[in-house]
Design a protein around this ligand. Sequence first.
Ligand SMILES: Nc1ncnc2c1ncn2[C@@H]1O[C@H](COP(=O)(O)OP(=O)(O)OP(=O)(O)O)[C@@H](O)[C@H]1O
Ligand SMILES: [Mg+2]
Length: 244
Amino acid sequence: MSLSAKPYLQRISMRDDAVIDFDSYPYHIPAVRELDALEFHADVTFFVGENGAGKSTVLEAIAMALGYGQEGGTKNVAHRTTESVSSLHQNLRLSKSFKKPRDGYFLRAESFFNIATYMDEVGYAGGYGGSLHARSHGESFMALLLNKLEGNGLYLMDEPEAALSPNRQLAALSAIHQLVQDGSQFIIATHSPILLSYPHAKIYQFDGSGITETSYEDTEHFAVTRDFLNNYPKRLEQLLADEE
Ligand SMILES: Nc1ncnc2c1ncn2[C@@H]1O[C@H](COP(=O)(O)OP(=O)(O)OP(=O)(O)O)[C@@H](O)[C@H]1O
Ligand SMILES: [Mg+2]
């Protein structure tokens, strides 16, 4: 039996000595309150769930525990913000592979623009194939995926689909697969029924009862999207009906 380098991040769990106030953020969120331990897939782990279910909170805590700034970027980026950040990262125990990833990135759709500005300011833009500001949001993201990420990496992404057309989401799926084959691991919070279809993956559903593993076709994202596209005239009639 040979030891495998992936997953670089194998598992997170709550520290036994964690100091927790269940009445306030982030521990009042069911997914965080019930967070005991999570095992990650060697290739891709998805976080799905309703808005506000706690996906970004958990992803951000993992990123901070790994040494990223809360705005994201590479580990060299310690971009300051005024945003408050939860203490969850201090209460997490991370189980890692014997082998460290050679590359890494924490992508937050909300602050990608700030990171692009920072990269321009410090003259790092070369690694992205030119200034990200001279491109559209989606073009910037594809430039990051295709030019900046080198493989053998651990990549955290929060709603990477935010900028992408359906066609570009398909291209992103293929780029992610290429990086996976080049020794990379991803943890991705997403609402995209396209990205979620990636087969070499584990899907964690965040909801009122905590975090549970699910399968692609059992996600609401798959079911609701398929139902709507197959029946949209009828669904629209129901949704837009005047209340009598
Ligand atoms: N800094 C903060 N202080 C207090 N509450 C917060 C903070 N950040 C987020 N919350 C709350 O915590 C809950 C979980 O937020 P989070 O951003 O993790 O959700 P999410 O699952 O990523 O949702 P979405 O799909 O909309 O991105 C929400 O109710 C949110 O209002
Ligand atoms: Mg979020």
